[in-house]
Design a binder for this molecule. Structure first.
Ligand code: UT7
Length: 332
């Protein structure tokens, strides 16, 4: 029997219209466009201003874009996976709501939570379902309304993040294209460096937690940076090694967009020239679960069937990893 691999066959995306530029941030807090640009590479990020819309809104829009572009019948989707660090609600899976809203009425659905590795770990999860032979269409969405958990008086953290969503469809492939290999890691000793303290079972919401701003993201940027730089570079070079890939074999690095300096360090370690490195951090900032599919959407037209893509990400928890995937289609 031919071995089934899990290939990406369609891509979609959505970002809200409002652009929060570095210049606007200068009017809100003690910061400068120059500091943000040189320290992070970010120029602007998109923000979902509507108070009555949550992450599901972004996810639905991205999925609808994919369904339209890929000419997909949503009733044929078997599984909807949603990577998000900002679900609509703590209980009641956002993925389930999204699946119903997009008309994927024959699918089952669940959320994935591994912070900035949501999409990367989601790719590995989607692949297992496809490779089993039982599921033919798995929709993986990465969506986050990061603005809902940011303290806009904390200049060390709020300047990095933005809102957005991206989606890919995985389908079985018999030509050996799609996901080839993965190297996924986690380390719970990292949770003190990047977290939301309150609102979970450990510290339920109270007047005190609201007063102490414990429902916002806390990040010890310097420590996270140190771990991210070394670990993302390490897993990216490791996956190349174990698949006998040299820098000449890799067509694209698809790196999580947290900081341009982290991306550059990863590319350097892989000995990749900048033209092979996908980057859109300047436009969107760090959209957590959405960075990788937003890159695929932006670069889709440049991707060719058979291209070797190396994905790499690092996130809170800590979580990190790399994936080697062969692109499966040309865009007409
Ligand atoms: O995606 C999930 C994983 N997350 C990441 O990978 C993020 C990793 N961390 C980072 O990207 C960086 O640590 C940051 C961009 C968050 C911060 O950059 P940094 O170079 O590590 O800055 P820092 O925190 O060491 O701060 C350096 C200085 C400090 O001033 P002093 O103490 O040297 O006087 C900060 O107070 O820069 C100051 N600073 C700012 N100045 C202007 C911090 N934030 C700002 C700001 N504008 N927005």
């Amino acid at each position: 029997m031919t071995k089934l691999t899990a290939a990406i066959t369609a891509v979609g995306a959505f970002v809200p219209e409002y652009r929060l530029t570095n210049k606007i941030l200068e009017t809100m807090m003690e910061t400068t466009d120059e500091w943000i640009t040189t320290r992070t590479g970010i120029k602007e990020r998109r923000i979902l201003k509507d108070k009555d819309k949550g992450t599901s809104y972004l996810a639905i829009k991205a999925a609808e874009d994919l369904i339209r572009k890929g000419n997909i019948d949503p009733k044929e989707i078997d599984l909807v996976l949603l990577g998000t660090a900002t679900p609509d609600m703590p209980v009641a899976s956002t993925a389930v709501y999204v699946a119903t809203k997009i008309g994927a009425t024959n699918a089952f659905a669940f959320d994935i939570q591994a912070a900035c590795c949501n999409f990367l770990f989601g790719m590995a999860t989607a692949a297992r379902f496809i490779e089993s032979g039982k599921y033919k269409k798995v929709l993986l969405i990465g969506a986050d309304k990061m603005s809902s958990i940011l303290d806009y008086t904390d200049r060390t953290t709020c300047i990095i993040f933005g809102d957005g969503a991206g989606a890919v469809l995985f389908e079985p492939n018999e030509e050996g294209l799609g996901l080839q290999d993965e190297f996924l890691r986690s380390d719970g000793s990292g949770r003190e460096f990047l977290k939301i303290d309150a609102g979970g079972s450990l510290l339920p919401p109270s007047e005190e937690t609201v007063k102490n701003k414990q429902h916002y993201v806390f990040q010890d940027g310097k420590s996270v940076f140190k771990f991210a730089v070394s670990n993302m570079a390490e897993v990216a070079s490791k996956i190349m090694e174990s698949n006998n890939l040299t820098h000449n074999d890799v067509n694209w690095l698809v790196p999580h967009q947290a900081n341009k300096r982290i991306i550059d360090a990863t590319a350097n370690r892989m000995e990749l020239e900048p033209s092979k490195v996908m980057m859109n951090i300047q436009k969107y900032g760090n959209t957590t679960s959405a960075t990788l599919p937003l890159l695929l959407n932006d670069y889709e037209k440049q991707l060719k069937k058979g291209d070797n893509l190396v994905f790499a990400a690092f996130g809170g928890g800590f979580t990190w990893g790399s994936i080697y995937l062969k692109w499966a289609y040309n865009t007409a």
